[in-house]
Every structure is written in structure tokens, then in C-alpha cells.
Design a protein around this ligand. Sequence first.
Ligand code: UFG
Length: 328
Amino acid sequence: MSVLVTGGAGYIGSHMVHALVDAGEPVVVLDNLSTGFRAAVPEAATLVTGDTGDAALVSRLIAEHGVDSIIHFAASIVVPESVAEPLKYYRNNTANTRSMIQCAVEGGVKHFIFSSTAAVYGNPAQVPVAEDATLAPMSPYGSSKLMSEIMLRDATLAHGLGHVILRYFNVAGADPAMRTGQSTKNATHLIKVAVETALGLRDKMDVFGTDYPTPDGTCVRDYIHVSDLVSAHADALRHLRAGGPSETLNCGYGRGFSVLDVIETVKAVAGVDFRVDRAARRPGDPAVIVAASDRAREVLGWQPRHDDLKTIVRHALDWQRKLGTAPR
Ligand code: UFG
């Protein structure tokens, strides 16, 4: 039986594929390489270049490779881009996930692990935010993922497809062994941008909004190491294979850092200063979002190992150095 990983040539997906290969699992990767990289996929996995919305291709892969589990990472993920191009997000995220779920049901796939996001909560009334909090996305990105969650739950009720929905908080860092990392072109995520600035690939960076109701006026986020996020998926797969019920779980550490905290940490770890400008708020940004993370620990036995902002930043810096002098 194989695991089908969509988006397995991307940032988080490639870390997952390495972990599955390390565990001896047969892996098929489906990735259209729009933002992913062929080189990110280890040779032991089968890479198929194609689209998650191509139902004929997905059904063929499920049948040919005896896929019993799908881990569905492939998605568009940039909050401000989703505000500007909502229909791209409803196609790539919502419509293509609907197609993936249908192929899974028709192909007899047993387990489906879905990449959701803290963006489904919007600006939560209470932090840390628990899984049963009100869902009120503030961006088409968050809405596109919430719609996918709803479809998956309904499909489970009707057709018995077991699922775990993981709501990611702010993922950063890289494989400690430096086999893969975040190679995204034109990256917009804070730690990636700060690391590129520290290494001289950008002249300066902006802080989007300094008048938020937070201690230093900048947004607060729960930054989680990509390897810990991947281990939550491995735990979720084990949980489903052992007959565990379908679940929706936060993936964060339960503590927050402001944008300025992150920038100071990058400067300290890199040992350089760089220019940081104050800029206007970015559309779609909630002020504070931090995970209540006890359920993932309780239900999956998840044990994060890299809960340290300096370690996350160091791994991101090391990967960026390995990528070389130009952002790819
Ligand atoms: N930021 C800056 N300058 C930059 C880049 C980002 O100030 O150059 C700020 C943003 O305005 C925001 C914070 O840094 O306040 C974090 O921004 P990111 O773009 O790194 O991440 P987001 O919080 O927007 O989004 C991420 C994921 C989503 C997830 C969300 C949950 O991309 O999938 O975290 O909080 F839903």
C-alpha cells in the first residue's frame, strides 16, 4: 500500500516525503511543480507531474499504486494573494480538494490527511485558540480551506473516509539534516523574508502594521518548526491506521512571537543588522493567533522536538545559505 502525497515537491510536502521514505513507506508524489521543485523529492519516491484537479490522473495513481492514504498538501498559500485573486484560491484549494476527495472515495482510499490553517479562525476572540472556537476566516485563503474542511467532514459521514484535518499555524525552519527546506520563489512569509534580508538577498524588509493591539504593536504568531509539523502528520497517519476516529487538530506550540521579536531573533542568530521599515497593515492579517495545542498531543501523542525560535531561525538560515546567493 502506498501513500499519495500531493504537493510533495513543495516546502512542507517535501519534508513529509523524506519522513515517509525514512520510515520505509512507498510514496507517490503528485505535484504540478508550479511552486515546488523536482530536486526536493527524494529518489526513493515516485514523482508524477500533474494537477490535483485532474481526476482521471488521480484515480489512475490510486489504482496503480494501491494508495490507501492521501496526504493532501498541494494548495495556494499566500494570504494577501488570496485577497487579490480569490478565484485562484477557490479553484486550487476548494475545487481541487473536492475532486481529490471524490477520487479518494471512489478509489477506496481509507485515510485522508488534510492541510488546513489557523486562518480558518480569523481574528479569534480568545487566544490560545482551541479547535472548537468560532470559525470566521478573514481572507479567501482561510475560506477556501474552511470549505474544504466542511466537504471532508461530510464525505466522512457519508462514505466513511477517515480523516485528520491539521490546522497549521506559522510553519518555518528546515530539515535539520538540510536535505530540504523552503525554496519558494518570491517568498512572502516572515521568517523566509527576514532570513533573505539577513543574507543580503534583499536590501531591506517591511513590518506590515505597527499599530495592532499587541505589546509592541506588531502581529503575534505561533511559529512551528516544519519537522514538528511533519511528525504530527506521521502521528495522524498512525492514528488513522490504528482505527482512530476522524479529528480536527491545531498544529502550533501554544506560544506567540511578534514580528519584531522574529526580526530581532534573525538578526541575533545571523549576527548581522539589516534595514527594517515600518509599513502599512497588510490586508487579511489577524492581530494575534496562537494555538491551543493540547489536543494534538493528547489525541495523537504528538511530541514536538524543536519548540525554540532560535533553532527554527537557525535551520531557515542554514537552508538559505545552502540555496546560495540568489533566492530561487
Ligand atoms: N510580515 C511582515 N513583513 C514581511 C512578511 C510578513 O511584517 O515581510 C508579517 C505579516 O504582516 C504577519 C506576520 O508577519 O503579521 C506573519 O506573516 P506571514 O506571511 O509569515 O504568515 P501569515 O500569518 O500571514 O500566514 C501564515 C500561513 C497561513 C496560516 C497563518 C496562520 O501562511 O497558512 O500563518 O496564522 F494560516
